[in-house]
Design a protein around this ligand. Structure first.
Ligand code: GAP
Length: 476
């Protein structure tokens, strides 16, 4: 399937089966804001859970917190977001449409032959690194890059545009009451560094993890849930002794890639991309990119943030944020390695990898199915229990099995439609196991279990169903 079609097919599938809806759809939607439906909310929760357990429970020295979205406005001054969290933008004078400069050039580069496109991106990256806006505008004009709406090259100068949303706290709307919707969850960790270190008696190296909403007024929001204005991040800040950051940076690059591979996604669908233009806080940084239907794009960042954030907060708050290292008898401001993954992007990655349209036609009949080959541990529904008919005590047996299993994992009961149709629907929802209760069940206590990916069926003991499913959905 062509990539563009695949993205459209996934978007359609997500809506049809209750995974993801456009926000406020009955009012024609709100751009780049999405709601998770009954299936999507479960999938998202399972990915969050897999991340949380991997990054806290399975680590000896990482704890999790849940900081508020609103923070003191000075946090964002100290972090550099008020002054630096902006993207270079350009407007087309004829259509009034605004573009992020890098997106405009990247989209054009994709239409060129591979080597020409790569050369253009390379030039763009150098100009971005040098903050050479005049040079970037010349690059756009020399390449005759056109606005997709007006079709003209009539461009304004390039300007910076801050991406933070602001609102007022309390009843008086003045500067002093302005608060921001956090653009990253990381700052909630930095300002709590000492609280956690002292109350948890943490010894360096240690990490603090959290998941939560972040907000960015993205100008060019596109690619379904890839770039949203309200999204969720899963971030971990790992505090280390200055001078050891290179070693920990490599450690976290490797560890995070292992996390991705454990999702069953083949290694060739990922690549690392080292940053040429480093953020104002970083001395090393890379993206983990996944091959989305739109091509390789960032799903996660691993950043060596130096002591930038803690030092800034120390300066702006006037409070000491140092750590006493008893091994070397020294006070210092720790260095930080950050891992930061977008939860919505992870959902999109998992859906992109899982979605398949299969032609199952035989000489006798045409057939096909849409299937979500989700990792069993992430599937919204783990087990569907299907009585073959509505009589002969089959529904009762099915419901008994669900009662046994539901404290442990999510089950689904369905007695409507032919068994074939019910299997297809479960395939589309990504349910890894279906169990059918039939006449034989009453006679010998066995059921048919059907596996989503292979569509193979086998006869197993009713009493073994719970154990088998639990083994297959275990995260660790
Ligand atoms: N604390 C560092 C930080 O926020 P980032 O590269 O700006 O770094 C980290 O964001 C991750 O958050 C990205 O890799 C991406 O997965 C996700 N992300 C960022 N902006 C997003 C957006 N507008 N919509 C969805 N996910 C986004």
């Amino acid at each position: 399937m062509a990539n563009d079609n695949k993205l459209q097919a996934i978007i359609g599938h997500c809506k049809e089966y209750g995974f993801i809806f456009q926000s406020s759809e009955i009012y024609d939607g709100l751009s780049a804001v999405y709601d998770y439906g009954q299936m999507g909310a479960e999938l998202k929760r399972n990915i969050r859970e897999y991340w949380w357990k991997s990054m806290t429970q399975m680590q000896d020295n990482i704890v999790g917190i849940d900081a508020a979205i609103f923070m003191h406005p000075t946090v964002w001054k100290a972090s550099g977001h008020v002054d630096n969290f902006s993207d270079p933008m350009i407007d087309n004078k004829d259509s009034q449409k605004r573009y992020r400069v890098d997106h405009l050039i990247e989209a054009y580069a994709e239409t060129l032959e591979a080597d020409k496109g790569a050369a253009l991106i390379h030039t763009m990256e150098q100009l971005l690194e040098a903050n050479d806006f005049a040079g970037l505008k010349t690059l756009i004009e020399d390449n005759k890059i056109k606005c997709t709406v007006s079709g003209t090259c009539n461009w304004t100068d390039i300007r910076q545009f801050n991406l933070m949303f602001s609102t007022e706290m309390g009843s008086v709307a003045d500067e002093a009451n302005t608060v921001y919707l956090r653009p990253e969850t990381a700052q909630g960790i930095f300002v709590n560094f000492l609280n956690v270190q002292k109350s948890g008696r943490m010894k360096i190296p240690f990490g603090i993890a959290q998941t939560g909403k972040a907000f960015r007024n993205e100008i060019v929001a596109r690619g379904f849930i890839f770039r949203m204005r309200e999204f969720e991040q899963m971030e971990m800040q790992f505090f280390v002794r200055p001078g050891t950051q290179k070693e920990w940076y490599e450690h976290w690059k490797k560890t995070r890639m292992e996390w991705h591979l454990k999702l069953g996604i083949p290694a060739e669908r990922y690549r690392f991309h080292d940053h040429v233009k480093l953020a104002h806080y970083a001395d090393m940084a890379c993206d983990i990119e996944y091959d989305f239907p739109m091509g390789f794009k960032e799903v996660e960042g691993v950043h060596s943030r130096t002591d930038f954030d803690l030092k800034q907060h120390q300066q702006y708050s006037g409070k000491k944020l140092t750590y006493f290292d008893t091994e070397i008898n020294q006070h210092y401001v720790p260095y930080v390695i950050e891992t930061s993954i977008g939860l919505d992007r992870a959902v999109m990655m998992v859906l992109s990898e899982a979605y398949e349209e299969q032609d199952l036609s035989t000489a006798e009949k045409q057939d096909s199915r849409a299937v979500l080959k989700l990792p069993a541990m992430l599937a919204p529904i783990k087990l569907a229990v299907l009585p073959l008919t509505k009589k002969d005590g089959m529904p009762e047996l099915a419901k008994d099995l669900i009662e046994q299993c539901k404290p442990h994992f999510r089950c689904f009961y369905e007695e409507k439609d032919s068994i074939g149709k019910r299997y297809r629907r479960m395939d589309a929802l990504g349910t890894p196991f279906c169990v059918t209760i039939d006449q034989q069940t009453k006679e010998d206590g066995t059921v048919t279990i059907r596996y989503r990916d292979s569509m193979q069926q086998e006869r197993i003991a009713l009493n073994d169903v719970k154990r088998i499913v639990m083994e297959k959905i275990a995260m660790f």
